[in-house]
Design a protein around this ligand. Structure first.
Ligand SMILES: [Zn+2]
Ligand SMILES: [Zn+2]
Length: 302
């Protein structure tokens, strides 16, 4: 378990560090290139990359905490820290999106005097190509590690690619036809929409998980089916599920024959827990309560 966590940590750090390095280069290049090349859209994209640097740092710092095994103070493990960091990333994205939308609106109202330069176009193209390569790599890694924070980062990188495409298009258009210079501000506004959507998409599952929402009905049915399939289990009820990072915590009551010896009944309980750990989709934590069948000795439910 510990070495598994260490491996996860190493891979998360490697993937995120590569992203951070590229974001530092891109944010500097875009903001400088946007100022030299008179493109508001490219500067907006650069501010986006700058916000990306902060979220990469948040993941790098957070990963050290959420991959730690459970301890006295966090008996359920530290997976919720990953959810919290994802929430922070989502919030930063929403705020950045609002800021860029506001700035772009100003630029549409009052376009720049000069058309954007070729340098702005070149930087946008370099950004698109390098981010696409990075996004594919991060997405592959997130699937291997089943890490929602890394997956969120990968989808983010993919949307960075999509949000730089309109920048390249509007800069090219304004370059070819100076009358289209107002398009540059619209390019910035499109960038802001991408960032807002991304922030909302990241934040939604975070709020869902932090509010202790149950796993989808298919998964609950599957867990019940697994418990019932164990020999000696007569009924399953009070099944509860909730998310803990990318894992599912579940607890339930199982009903057994009341005349079974304690030792036998307990071994049925252990079999149920083992089956849930091994076969339950995404199950990382199981607690099962044993109950005698009520027809013989009625038990009152709390
Ligand atoms: Zn981004
Ligand atoms: Zn019960």
């Amino acid at each position: 378990m510990f070495s598994d966590n260490q491996d996860r940590l190493q891979k998360t750090i490697r993937t995120t560090s590569a992203g951070l390095l590229l974001n530092v280069i891109l944010s500097g290049g875009k903001i400088a290139g946007g100022i030299i090349g008179y493109s508001h859209a490219l500067v907006a994209d650069g501010v986006h990359s700058l916000a990306d640097c902060f979220t990469d740092v948040a993941i790098l710092v957070g990963a050290h905490f959420w991959t730690k095994p459970s301890d006295e103070n966090h008996p359920h493990g530290h997976a919720r820290i990953e959810t919290m960091v994802s929430g922070f990333v989502g919030l930063v994205m929403i705020l950045t999106g609002l800021l860029i939308a506001w700035k772009s609106f100003g630029s549409i109202m009052k376009p720049a005097a000069n058309p954007p330069g070729w340098i702005a176009f070149a930087i946008a193209i370099i950004s698109i190509a390098s981010k696409e390569i990075l996004a594919r790599w991060t997405l592959g890694m997130s699937k291997k590690l089943k890490s929602p924070a890394l997956a969120a980062n990968a989808w983010h990188q993919r949307s960075d690619v999509l949000s730089s495409i309109p920048v390249a298009v509007v800069v090219l258009a304004a370059r070819i036809e100076p009358a289209l210079i107002f398009l540059d501000g619209i390019g910035g506004a499109i960038v802001s929409l991408f960032i807002l959507k991304l922030g909302i998409d990241i934040l939604r599952p975070v709020l869902w998980q932090l509010s202790d929402s149950a796993a989808p009905p298919e998964i609950r049915d599957e867990l019940k089916r697994i418990a019932l399939s164990v020999n000696g289990v007569l009924d399953v009820h009070n099944l509860r599920t909730r998310f803990h990072g990318d894992g599912i915590q579940t607890d339930m009551h199982i009903v057994v024959d009341p005349d079974l010896p304690m030792k036998k009944a307990f071994s049925i309980l252990k079999s149920v827990e083992k089956a849930l750990y091994q076969l339950g989709p995404g199950v990382t934590d199981v607690l099962v309560r044993l109950e005698p069948q009520e027809t013989k000795y009625p038990v009152s439910e709390p």
